[in-house]
Write a protein that binds this ligand. Sequence first.
Ligand code: GAR
Length: 195
Amino acid sequence: MTRLAILASGGGSNADAILRYFGGHSNIEIALIACNKKAAGVFQVAENHSVESIYMSRERFSEWDGYLPEFQQRNIDGLILAGFLWKVPDTLIKAYPNRILNIHPALLPKFGGQGMFGIHVHRAVLAARESESGITIHRVDEHYDNGDHVFQAACPVEANDTPETLSKRVLALEHNYYPPVIEKYFNERNDSIDS
Ligand code: GAR
């Protein structure tokens, strides 16, 4: 059994899709949800799925131990960022080499980096008059949106799109692809010697 933690900052629709996918019939268990915003909807998602959740403060996450003791105490094997908006500290990157995934709501390397999150990404895609957008699932390293790409999927940008309509189309791709990509990625890690 591979035990994963989801790190999220917002409504948690990706966390919900992941929890639905892995619910009870997989060798992957989502054992913890960790969130940096006290009022975030993802806490309700955790409760709905009877998954433990913790709040993480900026000071401890970014400046101290990255909550690594909490992850280790629960035998967490990898971290899944799902709408998580803080940079992951070196402590966690070293503790989980090649075992942290992020999803970004655009086709990286375009429209990534600090400040490019959520609706800001879709606004930038429309302002650049792109004909397509999509999702990128990538390994997390010490820079924003920089690690090796694991998976991408594209969707069209329509002539009459607003940031909101585009975000819905991209979010549907996220919900569809993130759970099976997580499953494949971590199962392959477990099969390989150097992981
Ligand atoms: C998702 O679109 C995710 O790709 C994005 O935030 C949204 C979270 O939605 N993440 C980023 O922009 C990271 N740079 P959710 O809370 O409903 O899963």
